[in-house]
Design a protein around this ligand. Structure first.
Ligand SMILES: Cc1ncc(COP(=O)(O)O)c(C=O)c1O
Length: 345
């Protein structure tokens, strides 16, 4: 099969295929009523279906547009200028600029590279939290860009929550790929907020539908200030149809998990590349002798020199990406000089 790496789009962690026809048809049909504002019954139905999918009550759900806007909505209710916020390092790059714009003080909690994963020292984080009492802690679980699980269990989430009075925002954007969630805890505690998106396993990144799960008081607070018509009629209609039968998202996740393991095996065989195990739809890797020249739509550099992230695409996309990577490594001076797999990697 012809392979043109400049045509690949493996840098945004999208799903490589569109959602099922019934979802697209629902969006198309709703457009014929484009002259009308979205009806409140549609918004209510969407919340109910999101709640059912996440295993909580509708009063614990705020249906919203993309993550960055929702984070802004939440942070502007949960923190004030000067408040201390803990972020993981490295983590998803969207939280920090919003928190800085809101005047928060940010402290980074380093993740530690251990073998083929990046992990959190939970006991030392709890110790830091007890001493410094942050107003908000954001945990992206599994984490972007490392791909590693962070807290994983409800027990670990519960331990963190009981160690402080601030909010824990648990970003579960990749939950379907990871196979774990602590969302159901939101109705049991007062300081947990969970973020979910339909951009990943639901294959709807272009529709911009995400949701927050939180105690009902906080949901009311956020909704008191969120725009009345935050989501378009077409986005809501597509999301409702998708959630009526979410089994396709779980099938998408099954595909990604299998393909991720296949791609991981291929990356392992490349000289000078260390891929990390992933619980998401992307794989982070370290180029042991610096990053070779590659199209930016294939992979973008991450938080530190030599680190990059590759999304899982179709099998054809992924094979093409690996071929492009192998070619770039062969052409790169640093790799030409010492192309031996296994040497102090
Ligand atoms: C950890 C994490 N949270 C949130 C998002 C954004 O999701 P959305 O498409 O709903 O804005 C992403 C997107 O890549 C992400 O990686």
């Amino acid at each position: 099969m012809p392979c043109d790496p400049s045509k690949l789009r493996l840098y945004y962690n999208e799903f490589p295929q569109p959602p099922p026809k019934r979802v697209l048809d629902a969006a198309r049909k709703s457009v014929s009523r484009a002259n009308r504002y979205p009806p409140s019954e549609l918004a209510e139905l969407l919340k109910e279906l999101m709640a059912k999918y996440a295993g909580v009550s509708a009063e614990n759900v705020h249906a919203a547009s993309g993550g960055e806007y929702v984070f802004y909505e939440l942070f502007s209710r949960a923190v004030r200028p000067g408040d201390l916020v803990f972020l993981l390092e490295p983590t998803f790059s969207s939280y920090e600029p919003i928190l800085r714009a809101l005047g928060c003080t940010i402290e980074k909690v380093p993740l530690i590279e251990k073998g083929d994963m990046w992990s959190l020292e939970l006991d030392s984080l709890i110790d830091m939290i007890r001493r410094k009492k942050p107003k908000l802690l954001v945990v992206d679980d599994p984490n972007n860009p490392t791909g590693s699980p962070v807290l994983r269990t409800r027990e670990n989430v519960g331990r963190l929550l009981s160690s402080f009075d601030g909010y824990l925002l648990l970003d579960e954007a990749y939950t379907e790929y990871a196979g774990y969630s602590s969302a159901s805890l939101v109705s049991e505690v007062k300081n947990l907020v969970v973020f979910r998106t339909m951009s990943k396993a639901f294959a709807m990144a272009g529709m911009r539908v995400s949701f927050l799960l939180a105690p009902s008081g906080l949901i009311k607070n956020v909704e008191g200030f969120s725009p009345r018509f935050e989501l378009s009629r077409a986005s809501m209609a597509a999301a409702v149809e998708a959630l009526r039968d979410p089994s396709y998202a779980l099938k998408n996740a099954e595909y990604v998990i299998l393909e991720r393991e296949r791609l991981y095996g291929k990356l392992l065989r490349l000289n000078g590349v260390k891929p990390y195990k992933s619980s998401t739809n992307f794989i982070m890797m370290k180029f042991l002798r610096g990053m070779p020249k590659l199209p930016l739509t294939l992979m973008i550099p991450q938080f530190a020199p030599g680190f990059a992230r590759l999304s899982i695409g179709t099998r054809g996309d992924d094979d093409c990406a690996v071929r492009a990577l192998a070619d770039a490594l062969v052409q790169d001076h640093a790799y030409k000089a010492s192309p031996v797999k296994g040497e102090s990697e």
